[in-house]
Design a binder for this molecule. Structure first.
Ligand code: HPA
Length: 236
């Protein structure tokens, strides 16, 4: 047991997929894992462990935003010795080169959150980055699968509704898409010396207003989940 996760020691696999939405965790467990068993329902933040291609894999809902994912990532690494954490989520496209249903693999995660300053102090601008082994395996696997994918800088925003942020400037500086969790996952994984990666499916576009239907979102999510699972098992 940890503060927010009710699993016993050994019930969580060393590799964990982290969607934001608890119902997506359930969907992944039921549709992509074999013999998945629920280990957590505290706060309905569902967590399951099963197998994928013979490897033990867990899926743990992170909730939305940096404070929420930080709670689950900290406890997974500190209390359950989790080694590989892969965020699978949706993001809003920012760059005109990104389209809905595309996949964005986060090489780095910029953020307007206070986590960098409250961790390192004012004046130090730590760069949260992906684990290179997981990143390169995901890129290789995305290529093999013929997916429409992009690799680069993502914005982990503190606010979903933010009229003050300069999206044009961020795009000029190479930011591809916006979500709300990746920077914390990358920074905490570095702290614990574990491996983390974020793989995103573009659900909407901030500039063009492009949006996905529920059906298209499901297809996009399936591609992202298979990419996450197939690429991480190659590294185990
Ligand atoms: N902003 C933040 N997170 C998101 C968005 C967005 O527009 N779309 C999907 N996740």
């Amino acid at each position: 047991m940890s503060t927010h996760i009710a699993a016993q020691a050994g019930e969580i696999a060393p590799t964990v997929l982290m969607p934001g939405d608890p119902l997506r965790a359930k969907f992944i467990a039921e549709n992509f894992l074999e013999d998945a068993k629920l280990y957590n329902s505290v706060r309905n933040a569902f967590g399951y462990t099963g197998t994928y291609k013979g490897q033990p894999i867990s899926v743990q809902a992170s909730g939305m935003g940096i404070p929420s994912i930080s709670i689950y990532a900290n406890e997974l690494m500190r209390d359950y010795d989790v080694q590989n954490l892969i965020r699978v989520g949706t993001a809003g496209g920012m760059s005109p080169d990104i389209h809905v249903r595309d996949i964005v693999i986060g090489m780095g995660a910029s953020t307007d959150s206070g986590i960098i300053q409250t961790t390192f102090g004012a004046g130090l601008y730590y760069a949260p980055i992906a684990n290179y082994e997981l990143l390169s395996s995901a890129v290789e696997t995305a290529k093999e699968k013929g997916l429409n994918y992009h690799v680069g800088n993502v914005l982990s925003a503190d606010r979903f509704y933010n009229e003050e942020i300069d999206n044009v400037k961020l795009v000029d500086y190479g930011v591809m898409a916006v979500e709300m969790e990746m920077a914390a996952l990358y920074m905490l994984a570095a702290k614990y010396n574990r491996r983390a990666l974020g793989i995103l499916s573009i659900s909407d576009h901030l500039v063009t207003g492009e949006a996905t239907t529920a059906q298209e979102r499901e297809t996009g999510l399936g591609q992202m989940i298979e990419l996450a699972l197939d690429s991480v098992v190659k590294t185990l």
